[in-house]
Design a protein around this ligand. Structure first.
Ligand code: ARG
Length: 475
């Protein structure tokens, strides 16, 4: 006896029926269903599943596998199902193990026998890969827009702070003065690579697997090139086994998101450090800071800390999926269902962190006087003093040694660094050590002085405009 497992006369599975009810004697165990279902999270694919099914139906009609009338009936049922899903009126059934099953069940309830033809020449294996690629294409572009938003904030702040200066650090020790804009744009360029990587991953996701079937294609006369074009894919799959088992596009997306997350984490760490009482280069706007439940004086950078922390999740999602994929034989294996939660999580976390950091950075204020005082620390001009000697023909190694001697003498209390430097280098030292003097000499291309940074600002603006155009072209 198969109490619940048989399709009724219209071809629709009964309420607790499954898509494989014809093969197995009894309905699945409750525990099997609760362990294997993906419906709680793969509902996010609903709109893409509907879109892919519409294209599939059009393909079946073109192939003569579905009559025009049936095609119209199934398309109408898909639209009705989409409307129910969009308004939360959709009634899920116990047998709906994933969103694909749920939608096909509902379409079959609404369209009867015509609906029972929907899955002709299609498997959930090519279907889920197709849905997920449509989803990834859209979502990666959305994250890239978030990256661009944060870059725009960095560019605006860099413009606004003009020629404000700040120490560059190596080993977290003061190194040489640079423009604050140079420091801000350094984060901007890292994000430019992220944007590029996201779009690059998107490009490789832009291949339709629809028509691969369960693993080997089909004996029915379908045209995967046409459905690929219908869905806006750049190409169709080359090999059906590869098409249903390939999750490179998910892994690549997770890597691009994880590396962007690492960049946001580094930015978050600098915000935490710069806003600390010890440094005080940055003051957070009250709307973007938190307080303490116990210590009345506290103003905390929780947003920056969480942005710093989220990278851990993004890295975990990437390594988790790579571990899932490792060792999987061709072609589809149910293990692949585990691709979705890390992907959905990383996309959401990255988008959230981008928006939060843009809000925080857009409203924070820089303590330019404190930054300038730190940047004007005369020791930070030591390299420039050595370079004055080099410009007079002294070999750099000797120049380094002579200025190091001046530093040691100053540290030993033998005199003021500026005076000792003037004795060693001559009157030019006075100009080098004047406020902003060292920075004015930093003229090499791509460097942190005003001249090269003016060029850099233009190049960064051009890059943002070009990337904005790339993103607009995807809409
Ligand atoms: N929910 C499944 C997934 O995400 C759909 C594919 C199921 N295919 C199968 N042969 N059981 O991978």
């Amino acid at each position: 006896m198969k109490p619940d497992a048989n399709p009724d006369e219209s071809g629709a599975p009964t309420v607790s029926g499954t898509l494989w009810a014809g093969r197995l004697d009894v309905a699945p165990a409750d525990e099997l269903m609760s362990f294997t279902v993906s419906l709680p999270y793969d509902r996010l694919l609903a709109a893409d599943d509907i879109a892919a099914s519409h294209a599939h139906v059009r393909g079946l009609v073109r192939a003569g596998l579905l009559s025009d009338a049936d095609g119209v009936a199934v398309a109408a049922a898909l639209d009705a199902t989409a409307a129910e899903l969009a308004t939360d009126e959709f009634a899920f059934a116990p047998g709906d193990e994933d969103i694909h099953t749920a939608i096909e069940r509902r379409v079959t309830e609404l369209a009867g026998t015509a609906g029972a033809r929907l899955h002709t020449a299609r498997s959930r294996n090519d279907q889920v890969a197709c849905d997920l690629r449509l989803f990834v294409k859209r979502e990666l572009a959305a994250v890239a827009r978030g990256v661009l938003g944060l870059q725009q904030v960095l560019a605006e702040r860099a413009a606004e702070v003009g020629e404000a200066r700040v120490p560059a650090y190596t080993h977290l020790q003061r190194a040489q003065p640079v423009l604050l804009a140079h420091h801000l744009l350094a984060h901007g360029w890292a994000l430019a690579r992220d944007l590029d990587r996201l779009l690059d991953a998107r490009r490789r996701a832009d291949v339709s697997p629809l028509g691969a079937g369960a693993s080997a294609g089909t004996s029915l006369p379908i045209d995967p090139d046409a459905t690929a074009a219908d869905l806006g894919f750049a190409a169709r799959f080359e090999n059906s086994l590869d098409a249903v088992s390939d999750r490179d596009f998910v892994a690549e997306s997770l890597f691009a998101l994880a590396l962007a997350g690492v960049h946001l984490s580094r930015l978050g760490e600098e915000i935490v450090w710069w806003s600390s009482e010890e440094v005080r280069f940055l003051r957070l706007d009250d709307a973007w800071a938190t307080g303490s439940s116990m210590m009345p004086q506290k103003k905390n950078p929780d947003v920056a800390e969480l942005a710093r922390a989220r990278a851990g999740r993004l890295i975990g999602n990437l390594t988790g999926l790579l571990a899932t994929l490792k060792g999987l034989p061709l072609a589809y294996n149910r293990d692949l269902q585990e691709d979705k939660e890390p992907l959905f999580d990383s996309l959401a976390q990255a988008r959230g962190a981008l928006v939060a950091l843009a809000g925080l950075l857009g409203t924070a204020s820089f303590d330019e006087a404190r930054m300038a005082a730190a940047a004007d620390d005369p020791f930070l001009a030591a390299t420039d003093l050595a370079e004055v000697l080099v410009s007079r023909g002294v070999p750099f190694r000797q120049a380094h040694e002579r200025i190091a001697g001046v530093v040691r003498a100053a540290l030993a209390g033998e005199g003021d660094f500026a005076e000792l430097a003037a004795t060693e280098v001559g009157p030019e030292a006075v100009e080098v050590l004047s406020p902003g003097g060292s920075l004015a000499r930093r003229t090499s291309p791509g460097g942190g002085g005003a001249g090269p940074v003016a060029v850099q600002r233009e190049r960064f603006a051009a890059r943002l405009a070009a990337d904005a155009a790339r993103l607009a072209a995807l809409e």
